[in-house]
Design a protein around this ligand. Structure first.
Ligand SMILES: Cc1cc2nc3c(=O)[nH]c(=O)nc-3n(C[C@H](O)[C@H](O)[C@H](O)COP(=O)(O)OP(=O)(O)OC[C@H]3O[C@@H](n4cnc5c(N)ncnc54)[C@H](O)[C@@H]3O)c2cc1C
Length: 415
């Protein structure tokens, strides 16, 4: 793999950029691998990357039915934060956030991590008390957050209306090292690093079945033939139920479409991320100038990766009181992704009834922020066969045992 550097850019400028190699190769599958990961979203690719980097396991294939990062990884609104309430979540999301800080340097790929700060508005007394509680929990967990008053909210976000008639801004939970990153670049950076370690990233290859014998997976059936494996990792987000079905077990997960939209590009007007859980919407400004607006999830289970008119109306209407300026913006495009929701709104990083098969899912509306931490924890689970400290509480048996990790408030609006 050629390193990207200022020197390389200068060198290529002198030879019409003819010397750049492919960022990753597109090989045909081998007959078998030590580990197969199903799903080349950010989480699947990060899992493969840390398998190689931390455990030296590189005979790995990452199998993707579409194109790399074309699932939720390339459809999310890129918010990264770690101000969750429960200890296991705070540990996992803060590990991910801290890995994001240096991920560009580590992967030698600019993922455009922008720790611009994320604020979650308190617009009711109930919400304010909830965020004060989270602030204190975060202090005990070592996650740096602070509850700020309306005047500081206004100072940080001049375009906000803090005196709305229905939902005045009473303050906000502020995390100054939270922010955003370029979502596709996260997938591309991990894919390039995996490919450089000799792993196979196989796109346009759907897994259609899972073969097992004696309680162990032996192979997966794919649209490019049957491929053997010693271990299988299922990391397919909204399609987890379908893959679990192929492997012969059930998951406590529901799949729904989650939507987002962007406006026409405008001059820089907001340099932090604002989430308004009470009115149900959130907004940031992209580097291109578009206002990136997150909406809600469909109220019924489905696999349709699309937007819908009523979501635009509901989301924009909700935000207009707090951001009057968006009432005059044209909306440019909308889209949807299929997210996998658990009952306690926390993920699953778990062993399965098949001895050598592991699953990572249930990130619902908020898994982009967790990508590096999730891959870190899943790689450890696959390599050792047992969860490490980050994944230990996220086994799917918690639903049978009643040990929920309730993040319904932290995961509130969408993230
Ligand atoms: C509109 C929207 C906004 C969001 N905003 C945020 C946000 O701001 N912050 C945040 O933290 N999170 C956000 N999320 C959630 C986040 O995008 C996801 O939790 C995260 O990207 C999941 O990553 P993943 O790698 O697990 O899944 P994906 O990126 O979906 O990857 C799974 C891959 O598996 C592949 N696959 C499925 N079935 C098969 C098969 N049979 N064979 C082979 N491959 C298969 C899919 O094609 C897909 O590429 C948002 C999601 C949406 C939809």
């Amino acid at each position: 793999m050629k390193r990207y550097s200022a020197f390389a850019i200068a060198r290529e400028a002198f030879r019409q950029h003819k010397g750049w190699g492919e960022a990753w190769t597109s090989p045909e599958p081998r007959a078998s691998y030590d580990v197969i990961i199903v799903g080349a979203g950010g989480h699947g690719l990060a899992t493969a990357y840390y398998l190689g980097k931390r455990f030296g396991i590189t005979n790995v294939a990452i199998i993707e039915k579409g194109w790399l990062g074309g699932g939720n990884t390339g459809r999310n609104t890129t918010i990264i934060r770690s101000n969750y309430l429960q200890d296991p979540s705070a540990a996992l999301y803060e590990k991910a956030r801290s890995l994001y800080e240096t991920l560009s340097q580590e992967l030698n790929y600019n993922i455009m991590f922008s720790p611009r700060g994320v604020m979650m508005l308190a617009q009711t007394e109930h919400e304010k008390r909830g965020y004060l509680r989270t602030e204190r929990a975060n202090a005990l967990q070592g996650v740096k957050t602070r509850f700020i008053g309306p005047a500081e909210v206004k100072r940080l976000v001049p375009i906000i209306n803090i005196n709305g008639p229905r939902y005045p801004v009473l303050g906000a939970l502020w995390q100054d090292r939270a922010g955003t990153a370029r979502h596709d670049a996260v997938a591309w950076g991990y894919a390039r690093a995996c490919s450089a370690m000799g792993m196979h990233v196989i796109e346009q290859c759907a897994v259609t079945g899972v073969e097992s014998a004696g309680g162990q997976v032996t192979a997966v059936n794919t649209t490019k033939g049957t491929i053997g494996c010693k271990k299988l990792g299922i990391v397919v987000a909204g399609h987890s139920g379908a893959l679990a079905d192929m492997a012969g077990f059930r998951l406590p997960v529901e799949s729904v479409a989650l939507q987002a939209l962007v406006s026409e590009p405008i001059k820089p007007c907001m340099d932090v991320v604002v989430m308004a859980n009470t009115v149900h919407g959130y907004m940031s400004q992209s580097d291109k100038g578009e206002m990136v607006i997150g909406g809600g999830a469909d109220q019924f289970n489905n696999y349709t990766q699309r937007g819908s008119w009523h979501h635009i109306e509901e989301t924009v209407r909700a935000l207009v009181e707090t951001f009057p300026m968006i009432s005059r913006l044209k909306m440019l495009r909308q889209w949807g992704g299929i997210v996998d929701m658990t009952g306690d709104r926390s993920p699953i990083i778990s062993k399965t009834p098949l001895g050598n098969c592991f699953i990572n899912c249930g990130w619902g509306t908020g898994g982009f922020k967790a990508t590096p931490g999730s891959g870190w924890a899943m790689a450890e689970l696959i390599a050792k066969g047992e969860p490490g400290p980050l994944a230990a509480e996220f086994a799917m048996t918690r639903f049978r045992e009643g040990r929920f990790i309730d993040e319904s408030v932290a995961a509130g609006v969408a993230h």
